[in-house]
Design a protein. Sequence first.
Length: 375
Amino acid sequence: MKIPIKKGFLGNQRRITMMMDLSSTCDILCKQCFRTVLIPKSAKVSTDQIGILEREVFPYIDRLALSCTGEPLTLRNFKEGLKAAKRAGVPFIRIQSNGTHLSEEMSEFLIDEGLTHLGISLDGATKETFETVRNGAHWDEVIGNIRTFTRLRRERQSSSPSLCLNFTLMKENAEEAVSFIPFAVGLGADSVSFSHLILESWEMKDWSLLYDAPRMNALLADLREEAKKYNIPSHIPADVPDNIIPFDGQLIEDVPTHSGPCSAAEEDWMFMLPNGDIFACGNLQDQGPLGNVFQTPLKEIWLGARNQNFRRNALNGCVEGCDHCKIFASSADPSHEMSYLARRLTSRAAAEMDFESVHRRREPSSSAQTAPAHS
């Protein structure tokens, strides 16, 4: 029995939320990025493949993230990718950028060509902290680019793209988190977003505030008050418990099953790598792709047995192949350390994935002596 397919999916009605990158690369190396641990295989969507996306994928997309882990504005074909999505009628298109290449010309393009939402990660409210955390980016350049973008948007009397400035909470920048809100308001941001640090390596445990609940929760309370004071929409994580149940350090051997809500199924969510491989969720890459959109039409992948089975099980509260939700905060359990660990630190299948290269290997901390360093 197949899960119900909303009427019109094979016609003109859109329903899928698609997360994708046009390239696997980024031009800076942030302190907390997964690229400090490993490098994904090099891949880039070609101009011809953008044509396939326009014909075979974008007509079914309701909300599109045209970048999520790579830097889109460095790509020669980024503009064509955005234009293709707009020609296909995608109603909501967002990108995530480090702001380094948000030139005046690029800002004009994003505003004039109808990008819906622009997210820029800053992770600091001062030059020193920003350049310490976001290695390779330059404060004066990025802040200047943001000011130019918001100025051009005002001059065009446009409300789009909306601008969200992002901040990952860690010991390195905690003292600047509250002041980040008025700073973002001064830059012309429409919203701010704070997030917990996802631990990409065992050494990152030393940078996290998750293990100091009184300090973290006091900071979160201050953030909520400051956001209310400045009347700016904000995403602020839920409080963390006083005692987080530690991960026992043993990599999960069998295909794990996560019991609980799954936003990937509830929101008709899909994830695409730059090589065209499609997954029901970015957490399930080690389970293998559902198909490749450059070889098989998206509607055939969607209606295929693997995708149907995943969504049927997920909507019934059982996600095969997932140890715990690392992407959707609403599905994560803040009381368990596993919620904050990159999946390759918890699942043997993920740890053994074939990545292009590894920057460094670290032995686990004494709290997880049985867990091997990632591959």
